[in-house]
Design a protein around this ligand. Structure first.
Ligand code: ZN
Length: 129
C-alpha cells in the first residue's frame, strides 16, 4: 500500500478480516506484520481524535527534531521514525475465535507509517490454525 508517511495511521481491519474469511479458519492466531524499520502495527480506536492524540503523544515522547546519532552518523533525517516504530513494534497477533477476530467494537488494527517521506508498504497477514 502507498502511504504519505509522517505518522499516517491506516485502518487495516477490513483488509485483515477479508483475508481471514478467505482463509476459512475457525480458530487460531492471526499475525499482522509490517515490513520496515520505520513502520508499526498496533490496535486502537480508529477515529480522528484518538489518531491525533496518539500522533501528539509520540511527538512529545520522541520529537521529530532532536540530536539523534542515527541522523548524524548516516546523514539521515528519520531517526524519530525508527525510534517510534521500535517502541510500538512491527506486528500484532490477534486470536481467531469461531472464525472471527477477537477484536472489540472500538478496537481496530492500524498501521502507522512514521517515515518522513511517502513509502510503499508491505503487510503480511498469516493465519495459524
Ligand atoms: Zn534512517
Amino acid at each position: 500500500m502507498e502511504t504519505p508517511g509522517n505518522g499516517e495511521v491506516v485502518d487495516l481491519t477490513e483488509g485483515v478480516t477479508s483475508i481471514v474469511q478467505t482463509a476459512g479458519a475457525g480458530r487460531g492466531l492471526v499475525t499482522v506484520f509490517a515490513t520496515g524499520s520505520t513502520v508499526a502495527v498496533t490496535t486502537m480506536e480508529y477515529e480522528p481524535g484518538g489518531v491525533g492524540d496518539l500522533q501528539d503523544l509520540l511527538e512529545r515522547l520522541i520529537p521529530q527534531r532532536g540530536e539523534y546519532r542515527h541522523n548524524q552518523l548516516n546523514h539521515d533525517t528519520n531517526a524519530h521514525a525508527h525510534l517510534r516504530a521500535a517502541l510500538i513494534g512491527p506486528s500484532e497477533t490477534i486470536p481467531l475465535v469461531d472464525g472471527t477476530l477477537a477484536l472489540g467494537t472500538w478496537q481496530q488494527i492500524v498501521l502507522i507509517d512514521f517515515d518522513d517521506r511517502p513509502r510503499t508498504r508491505t503487510v503480511t497477514v498469516q493465519v495459524a490454525s
